[in-house]
Design a protein around this ligand. Sequence first.
Ligand code: HAM
Length: 434
Amino acid sequence: MPTFRAPRGTRDLLPDEAARFAGLAAIARELAGRYGYRPIETPLFEQAGVFERGIGEVTDVVEKELFRLAPRTEESEAWALRPEPTAGIVRAFVQHGLHTWPQPVRLTTIGPMFRYDRPQAGRYRQFWQFDVEAIGDAGPAIDAEIVELGLRFFSEAGLTGVEVRLNSIGDPACRPGYLETLGAYYRGHLGELPALERGRLERNVLRLLDSKDPAMAALNEAAPRITDHLCEACGAHFAALRAHLDALGVGYRIEPGLVRGLDYYTRTAFEYYVAGREGQQQAIGGGGRYDGLVELLGGRPTPGIGFGLGLDRVVLVLDEQGRALEEAQSEAPDAVVVSADPDDTIGRLRVATELRSVGLRARSDLGRRKLGRQLEAAARDGAHFAVILGDEQAEGQVAVRDLKAGTQRTVEVADLGRELLRSVKQHRHGVGEG
Ligand code: HAM
């Protein structure tokens, strides 16, 4: 057993897996750009209040799962690692006055989130999200655009069988009435409620609908449905959203029990699932409208909507579906610099540095081993060329072996970078066309 291990609920992404994540992130970034979303980066930790107020104090994410950072000095603020990016992005929107920008402001970010969840497959304490937010548009057209954007990401990532589950959870006009009805329903079943849910009944009754406790499943199935209690404006918004999705040809299933695990949502709520994986109870993404959040975090009233897609789960499902994500770019070096003199590390380093400076992917073999071994390793790496430093160096020349073609020629050191670059480009071009 090694002395130290990655913390429970976290994983090391070794190069192959890291490359898959990078590939997914590249697809996400390009796609978001195609839809007009511009990148934003916010800190990985914030004042805990950003999450407590934004996400809601009586939610699993804040009550049970928030990674709070121990104060280091008396002046330290109460900080917490971000469990999700929306609250931090809205905090930044308010802080930097982005309401003066053309609305809506379309933002996107990709990065790790932290939740002190019970670890299991697909549920980690550090996980990656692809997030988009459109702040300053009351919808419903943009709601449809965002739902469709999420689906397109999954399809471009190579996932099949992704389904949209959709709901409206009302707004401050109609939700209070519904919550009373819901509260009365659960109070009528008080004896059947697990302790945590009983405690939440008077504090945040909507969370009971979202409970992960199996004891709640039957009770929640029979609970009053919010879609039967929407006010006229919310009902009209929901109908218009569905009309937009229908017009785009985006399929969805209305799920009256879908209320999302975060308090900031109003009206539109949606989640993405992979058909046939229902048993896992794991969404591969989710999002919704948060028309009160900007104001809640100190800005002027501004509507918003967005989603977060779970990249770890996407990779998991891609594996289950037997799909290898094509790497955006080959990881193999263009050239490996080897030497007949095992002690000549300076010569190898110098030549490799020159090759890199003209833009080639060059690795120098700096081990003090025999030339044959160095060449074997170069071939194993998938390198296209081996640059061999030998006796010809005295005449300002090196040998270049094309490891793919099995040919070898002598090249002037002064021309090496230019020549290799030309060959590599020709090769890439040829491969690209074929
Ligand atoms: P969320 O539903 O809490 O929403 O998380 C979004 C997605 O992140 C989930 O559907 C899931 O795929 C992934 N995820 C969540 N927790 C874990 C975990 N412990 N391990 C692995 N993956 C996980 C949000 O976070 C909102 N900020 C989405 C949003 C953006 N709403 C509006 N804008």
